[in-house]
Design a protein around this ligand. Structure first.
Ligand code: SAM
Length: 213
């Protein structure tokens, strides 16, 4: 994965030199880099915490659920510069910003849609190498698995970031993560890696999974 260390911080090579996306610093060298803020992006937090098993390549197809305004999507767009990022977001206001971003970055395909209803965008998305899910909803692992079943290539990897408080405000995070892990294993998913997102995000856990076909 094309992620670079710049003065102790991580960065991606800017696909749109001279333009930043969320106020991040640009670093001009032989090429231009954008610093990747782990407090704004859970994928950056996972990378800084030692993520080992999610490799996004330059020509990968990625399905991203919960794209918001495109903070993390924009860094994936830098990494998978020759690929495609199908970015699903269900808030029309937020998706507007995402659409604006996609005009600058031709590898982003914004989709105004509900990730709990993947059949509604089935005709817009092809099979993908990587499926990333960050929707912060109580049923996030269910909708993640549903999308994996439809869109994952046989050797695809999925990454889901779970926020304990979005699932249950009373139970202990450890117990919630165990329950969600069990659900995925029971549905035929193999857990490849688990990674806590502290100190960047409290009570969050990211899982990298594979579907057993
Ligand atoms: C935590 S934010 C995502 C931040 C983003 N992933 C990033 O790193 O830049 C969660 C987003 O998921 C969206 N969302 C929640 N439920 C959704 C659903 N069922 N389908 C699509 N998007 C959803 C929300 O509108 C919100 O923008």
């Amino acid at each position: 994965m094309d992620v670079f260390l710049k003065g102790g911080e991580i960065a991606t090579r800017n696909l749109t030199p001279g333009i930043n996306v969320y106020g991040e610093e640009l670093i001009s060298e032989d090429v231009e880099y954008r610093l990747w803020n782990p407090r704004r992006s859970k994928l950056a937090a996972a990378i800084l915490n030692g993520l080992e098993n999610l490799d996004i390549k330059n020509n990968d197809k990625v399905l991203y659920l919960g794209a918001s305004t495109g903070t993390t999507v924009s860094h994936i767009s830098d990494i998978a510069y020759d690929g495609k990022i199908y970015a699903v977001e269900f808030s029309p206001v937020t998706a507007k910003k995402l659409t604006r971003l996609s005009r600058q970055r031709p590898n982003i395909y914004p989709i105004l849609g509900d990730a709990t209803k993947p059949k509604e965008y089935m005709n817009l998305v092809e099979k993908v190498d990587v499926l990333y899910c960050d929707v912060a909803q109580p049923t996030q692992s269910e909708l993640f698995m549903k999308n994996m079943d439809i869109f994952a290539k046989e050797d695809a990897l999925g990454m889901i970031t779970l926020k304990a408080r979005s699932i249950d405000v009373i139970q202990k995070p450890k117990k919630i993560f165990k329950q969600e892990e069990k659900k995925m294993i029971e549905k035929g998913f193999k857990i490849i890696e688990k990674i806590k997102l502290e100190p960047y995000e409290k009570d969050h856990m990211a899982f990298v999974v594979e579907k057993n076909f």
